[in-house]
Design a protein around this ligand. Structure first.
Ligand code: GLP
Length: 288
């Protein structure tokens, strides 16, 4: 698991946006007075997606990815990226909340991202939390991901209790898309979107499973703010376990967690130093 630290949330978001677009350019990483020239790998642009061979992108909601969506929209407006041949799968959706509700993840994604770029709405996949048969809905979501050859890059956030998507503490690390009851901590955290009224926050959601995320070829996580510091500490310094489902990424061959400085507050200085020097050596050896 790679750990990338940026000073602010916006810088962390810009790093991820650039990474997803992947300008084939040189990037400079400055750390502990070392400046290293690194070659950025290619993602959407390098993949050169077509209608027959689309780029499959997993996407999250939440406040953390908002600056990433802003940066992607800006890049689209500057002609640096097109989403015409990108197929998206969102991580999760509330159960029972009407699709048109301003806090549904459908509304969130269209108002914060999809309506501002050239994505074909037929290529947008979001779980239907009002489907007549929720189990069937989850099974067909998994089947559709598989039929498209899997997710190339899954972008995600993290809950303050370490959950990824809505895989709350105690979720099976082998889980797949299914219905989940939300943890009390998540209901409290999400009440800010529902006039701080706990009774208005849906109690259940459909969510991709931990294993669905692990199946993606690459996973990129954003975390910012001190409220995420404990989750980041557990996921990076703790063992792999179902009480902090983000920790599963320790077992992923290609995962990256991008944080702002506030989110590193519970990490050991040594962890941050080791992670950064690993990035430097991995990248410089891949250049050789
Ligand atoms: N299901 C979502 C997660 O996918 C998201 O990562 C988390 C954190 O959200 P925020 O970025 O607003 O802190 O919120 C919800 O629980």
């Amino acid at each position: 698991m790679r750990l990338i630290v940026r000073e602010t949330q916006d810088q962390a978001a810009q790093y991820i946006a650039d990474y997803i677009i992947s300008k084939t350019s040189l990037e400079y990483l400055q750390s502990y007075n070392i400046i290293l020239k690194l070659t950025a790998t290619e993602r959407i642009n390098g993949f050169s997606p077509t209608a027959e061979r689309p780029f499959v992108l997993g996407l999250p909601t939440g406040s953390s990815p908002l600056p990433i969506y802003k940066a992607l929209i800006q890049a689209y407006n500057q002609g640096k990226i097109s989403f015409r041949h990108v197929v998206t799968f969102n991580m999760d959706e509330y159960v029972g909340l009407p699709r048109e509700h301003p806090e549904s993840y459908h509304s969130f994604m269209f108002s914060n991202f999809f309506s501002h770029v050239d994505i074909d709405s037929k290529n947008v996949n979001i779980l239907n939390g009002n489907a007549p048969n929720l189990r069937e809905e989850c099974l067909s979501y998994e089947a559709k991901i598989k039929a498209l050859g899997g997710i190339e890059l899954f972008l995600g956030g993290v809950g303050s209790d370490g959950h990824i998507a809505f895989n709350e503490p105690g979720s099976s690390l082998a889980s797949r898309t299914r219905i989940k009851s939300l943890a009390y901590e998540t209901i409290v955290a999400n009440a800010r979107f529902f006039n701080n009224d706990l009774s208005l926050v849906p109690r259940m959601a459909l969510t991709v499973g931990v294993q669905t995320i692990m199946d993606a070829k690459e996973v990129v996580i954003i975390a910012s703010g001190t409220s995420k510091a404990l989750a980041i500490q557990q996921a990076i310094e703790g063992g792999v376990g179902h009480l902090c489902t983000l920790s599963c990424l320790q077992l992923h061959p290609c995962s990256m967690v991008v944080v702002d400085e506030d989110a590193t507050m519970e990490l050991k200085v040594k962890t941050v130093k080791v992670c950064i020097s690993q990035v430097l050596s991995e990248r410089s050896s891949s250049k050789a």
